[in-house]
Design a protein around this ligand. Structure first.
Ligand SMILES: [Zn+2]
Ligand SMILES: [Zn+2]
Length: 338
């Protein structure tokens, strides 16, 4: 089967042995397509993805072989995420599922940028759903990334009608603003440097502006919030400077959700956190319950994803990576089967 394999920080298309189901429980899934995640790019660039790795985890496909106690049948079109918690370790008991060792060790095989994958019985039981009839494959491929966002939004634990600023309006910002609106009925603001992204966000109810000038941005937010600042800032921007903007725009006693790595791994100021009673916290990967919410938000249309993906053929996967890195496109979807 055809697969994109990491070699020397690039994706190379190569033949790979199709995974057998053999005597295992689970399913072989023919992959229709797979979304390209920001984390795939980080893994490729930093070398965290060793040579021989197959990236991709935002998969949509069809069950072609099956040995399972679930209700799934051969021919079912499904979405799935890639990690499953054990539900019994100390991390899981404290609801930090994505820190669970089992969570980290479970995965799809060999990876989503591949014609076929093996999905375990655990995947089928906990994190797989049928593709809704009203959605295209690239639309439902947002199931996993939106799951990550849902977890972060829930962890923010806001009151109804809170105010939120989303910093960075790439696909993650675009989805998270909508998720805050859907889950807490927030008044959500958004900012970015790219006009196209600002316009897109405005179309889905995220009141967005250009944040090139931090002073103007701070004034804009203060004017809109009775001089207070927002209840929560959601950081999707991978720039160290954005930390400054977060501190300028969050209200005293507010929350900052960290949802991106930054190049210089800079910190938030101790004294700001102390004197202003700020809560700064991170959120990483979703639990099955967050994925369920994500599925429902997509299926109901409460979070809109229509028309935001650019579709690439598997043969052009490296171009999809390059175009994403250079901000040429919003979100890449790698089409694997016609
Ligand atoms: Zn992802
Ligand atoms: Zn666990």
């Amino acid at each position: 089967m055809k697969t994109a394999i990491v070699k020397n920080h690039k994706n190379i298309i190569e033949e790979f042995e199709k995974p057998p189901l053999a005597n295992r429980k689970g399913a072989i899934v023919q992959v229709f397509g797979c979304g390209l995640c920001g984390s795939d790019i980080v893994k490729l660039r930093t070398g965290k993805a060793k040579d021989g790795t197959v990236l991709g985890h935002e998969i949509v496909g069809k069950i072609v072989e099956l040995n399972s106690d679930t209700d799934f049948r051969i021919g079912d079109e499904i979405v799935s995420s890639h990690h499953i918690p054990c539900f019994s370790c100390e991390y899981c008991k404290n609801e930090h599922y994505s820190m669970c060792e089992h969570f980290k060790s479970t995965n799809i095989f060999p990876g989503g940028f591949s014609e076929y994958i093996y999905l375990s019985e655990e995947h089928l039981k906990n994190v797989a759903y049928k593709v809704p009839e009203n959605m295209s494959y690239e639309e439902i491929s947002f199931y996993e990334p939106l799951g990550c966002i849902v977890r972060a939004v829930k962890r923010a634990d806001l009151k109804e009608n809170s105010t939120v600023l989303v910093i960075g309006l790439g696909s993650i910002g675009y989805l998270s603003g909508q998720a805050f609106n859907a889950i807490y009925n927030c008044k959500t603001f958004g900012c970015d440097l790219l006009e196209e992204r600002i316009n897109l966000a405005n179309e889905v109810g995220i009141e967005s502006f250009n944040s090139l000038d931090f002073e103007i941005s701070e004034k804009y937010i203060k004017d809109k919030t009775n001089g207070m600042g927002v209840d929560a800032v959601f950081m999707t921007s991978g720039s160290d400077k954005a930390i400054d903007l977060a501190l300028k725009t969050v209200r005293n006693g507010g929350k900052i959700v960290v949802f991106a790595s930054t190049p210089n791994n800079m910190g938030y100021c101790n004294n700001e956190i102390y004197y202003r009673e700020l809560t700064v916290f991170g959120s990483y990967s979703p639990a099955p319950i967050d994925l369920k919410t994500s599925y429902e938000l997509l299926k109901s249309g409460k979070v809109k994803v229509k028309g935001i993906s650019t579709v690439y053929d598997l043969n052009d996967i490296q171009k999809a990576f390059d175009d994403t890195i250079s901000n040429k496109i919003f979100k890449a979807y790698i089409k694997i089967k016609e």
